[in-house]
Design a protein around this ligand. Structure first.
Ligand code: NDP
Length: 378
């Protein structure tokens, strides 16, 4: 287990946590493939937008270790914080922007990518502003709080000719990449029975430092939007990135109404796939849990607990333990995404994938509210 860092809360930070290449390629605008871009610089410049806990404790430190990109600017509501980051990371004060001055990013060659790390509901506004400034966009998960907002982000990036990826760190992590391979190559046959859960205990420390996560408008929902998206991603990985055809869902009991007056405290759901596979999933703010297992006719795969932590996971299959290196998730993701841009390759985590997952969360909420089976609209 990782030691807690100052200013973070233990339960949260412990848990924070392919379209086919051909399909993704066809969805990318030509300019984003860098075919007609000038010769690539040695390292791409990244501006972090939103200097909260994930930026401060994970992405910033990771950008000190990356080989293919580096921190060259920030967008923040606090000039003072921006100055502190500029001093600490060694970029000039001219590269500190506010949310209102993002338009002038357009003239700044130091910054190639804007990485949006604000509360969920603000992702759409900030991604669209970055795209309009002509910068490639990495959007933190969940991509947005509605499929309509995802469509608006995708349209803005397409029309600006910039690349859009979602901060899905697990797609760049070796054990998860192996799960994708097992699914794609049907090594054990197609995975037909899948189970996963992810959540943490939203104790009073967590509440104090995470107020927007309990705000329906800013968060878009409760644990499903925060921790549940990891389970959805893992299930889709185990189905070779297919989307489910339908879901059922049920909200759990509200045991602390004073805390969960706007968002759900917990939710369980099923995902039903075209080949008959079914995934049973759960996400909660009431308990620390992080598990994943997928079964096929001729074998199984599971992530040892905790399945979705930063420093894990560890994949075991019916053939025995696997032997893949342990990586820093954020370094792997940032370097992976930078290289995809530099080399003009399709992304492992394109915007279309983020949109797929929000269509699924939309359906899960509709199913939980209605008590009905809901088809997933792609
Ligand atoms: P924080 O609350 O710690 O930080 C959010 C930052 O957004 C603030 O510090 C602030 O930065 C900026 N901001 C702008 N407008 C607002 C507003 N109205 N209310 C609050 N903050 C605002 O959140 P996190 O860093 O934990 O999460 C940010 C995003 O990152 C979320 O989408 C979350 O899902 C995602 N995330 C992803 C993780 C992963 O493993 N992939 C892990 C953790 C989070 P400033 O003061 O600079 O303006």
């Amino acid at each position: 287990m990782n030691p807690p860092r100052p200013g973070t809360f233990v339960s949260r930070r412990r848990f924070i946590g392919n379209l086919s290449a051909a399909a993704a390629l066809t969805l990318l605008p030509r300019r984003s493939l860098a075919l007609d871009a000038p010769a690539p610089k040695k390292k791409l410049g990244v501006a972090l937008l939103g200097l909260g806990r994930y930026s401060e404790y994970e992405l910033g430190p990771a950008l000190r270790k990356t080989k293919h990109c580096q921190l060259t600017g920030v967008v923040t509501g606090s000039r003072e914080k921006g100055q502190h980051w500029a001093h600490s990371y060694g970029f000039p004060s001219k590269n500190i922007y506010s949310y209102d001055t993002m338009g002038s990013l357009a003239g700044n060659p130091d910054i190639d990518i804007v990485y949006v790390v604000t509360p969920n509901q603000l992702h759409a506004e900030h991604c669209i502003a970055a795209a309009k400034a002509g910068k490639h966009v990495i959007c933190e998960k969940p991509m947005a709080t509605s499929a309509a907002d995802c469509d608006a982000i995708l349209a803005a990036c397409r029309s600006a000719g910039v690349r859009l990826t979602v901060g899905y760190r697990l797609h760049y992590e070796p054990h998860n990449i192996e799960l994708c391979r097992l699914a794609r190559e049907k090594v054990f046959g197609p995975f037909m029975k899948i189970e996963g859960a992810n959540g943490f205990d939203m104790d009073s420390d967590a509440r104090a430092s995470s107020v927007w996560r309990l705000n329906k408008k800013l968060a878009g929902g409760g644990p499903l939007m925060d921790m549940g998206v990891y389970v959805i991603q893992a299930v889709c990985m185990a189905k070779a990135e297919a989307a489910p055809i339908a879901v059922t869902a049920k909200f759990g009991p509200v045991t602390r109404p004073e805390v969960f007056s706007e968002v759900e405290e917990s939710v369980s759901w099923t995902m039903e796939f075209g080949d008959g596979a079914v995934a049973r999933c759960r996400s909660t703010y009431g308990e620390q849990v992080s598990t994943f297992r997928a079964e096929a006719e001729h074998g199984w795969a599971r992530f040892e607990e905790p399945a979705f932590y930063y420093d894990e996971p560890f994949l075991t299959t019916s053939l025995g333990p696997t032997d893949f290196p342990k990586v820093n998730h954020q370094v792997a993701q940032l370097d992976g995404m930078a290289l995809e841009i530099i080399e003009g390759r399709p992304s492992l985590a394109p915007g279309e994938m983020g949109r797929r997952d929000i269509a699924i969360t939309d359906a899960i909420y509709a199913a939980a509210r209605s008590g009905q089976r809901v088809e997933v609209r792609s």
